[in-house]
Ligand binder design. Sequence first.
Ligand code: TXA
Ligand code: MG
Length: 354
Amino acid sequence: KTRVFRISEENFDVILDKAAAIIRRGGIVAFPTETVYGLGADGLDPEAVRKIFEAKERPPGNPLSLLVHSREDLGKVAKNIPEKAFRLMDAFWPGPLTIVLEKNDIVPGITSGNLPSIGLRMPDHRIPLELIKRAGTPLAAPSANLSGKPSPSLAAHVLADLTGRIDAVIDGGGAAIGLESTVVDMTVEPPVVLRPGAVGIDELERVIGKVRPAYGETEARNGGAMPEKKAGQKYSHYAPDAQVVLVEGEMKKVSKKIDALLENYRREGKKVGLLLSDETAGFFASERLSAYECFLLGSHEEPEEAARRLFEGLRVLDMKSLDVILADGSFSPSGLGTALLNRLREAASVRHAV
Ligand code: TXA
Ligand code: MG
């Protein structure tokens, strides 16, 4: 029931036409973007959008964002666009930045979760850009995973979650970034960053001045209470079946804490998997690690690689019937490290700061 289109230079046109035809008749198609795979439908057709919620088992009310192909689509779906929002588009579009703006009535309530605003993004990827153009409509496109699962960075992840539930998936290889876009709400002043991503706070501030992060980073570090969740943030993400336990802090301390936790879990007879940086893995003797399912995210020096591998790591470990996934939070919170730590915290049900 779910068609798999393996795209290449030779069949690009044919496949894009087929996919656009599915969208035009109200169907749903998954495709790669530079962030993660998206599940797209005509964002202005409530019936098509309803199919997205159904396929993903997404809670109604959790707003979808729209992918657009040009600035021309913009005035159709959004209004009262502040000048700062245009500066962000100049600086970061096409790219991994979702900009929340006041919506026009043409955008159905089901798409925006009945909010008066809508998230918009122009992806930096030929496949969705061409698909939007050929379908002739902005695409409602959440990440193409079952609600509560990690976002898909490969077509295989989409198929694992959504086979039989969607009309087609375009397999265009791995997502270059591997984490979802930065989301910035431009309907408030100062603008609020709802989700960190590849476009960092410092980069946003260089273009539009002060912004306010609303994802509780410092609170999490101090083990304090999280700030109240805003619209669009109140749904939990990235919850694998195993309990995810995150240890944050400097590498040596994290390694020692993981060492102690492993000993406790051994006594409790729990089956444990490890999600580690190369540096933390290097702290342990390799015989010690060989007793566990272990997924390496790469070096602290390469947060881009760790970001790209994170969701795959969570998925791989989650297939091993583990009781616990013990995750290494010793990455430094700069560049993509900030987004990486944010996703690890979202996935974790227990967090230790050492
Ligand atoms: O990188 C991405 O953004 C990917 C690719 C496929 O484009 N898409 C994605 O979509 O991650 P989704 O639906 O999984 O995440 C969109 C986020 C959600 O956290 C949603 O709550 C928030 O954006 N959002 C969307 N519209 C909003 C609005 N009007 N106000 C506040 N938050 C909004
Ligand atoms: Mg998502």
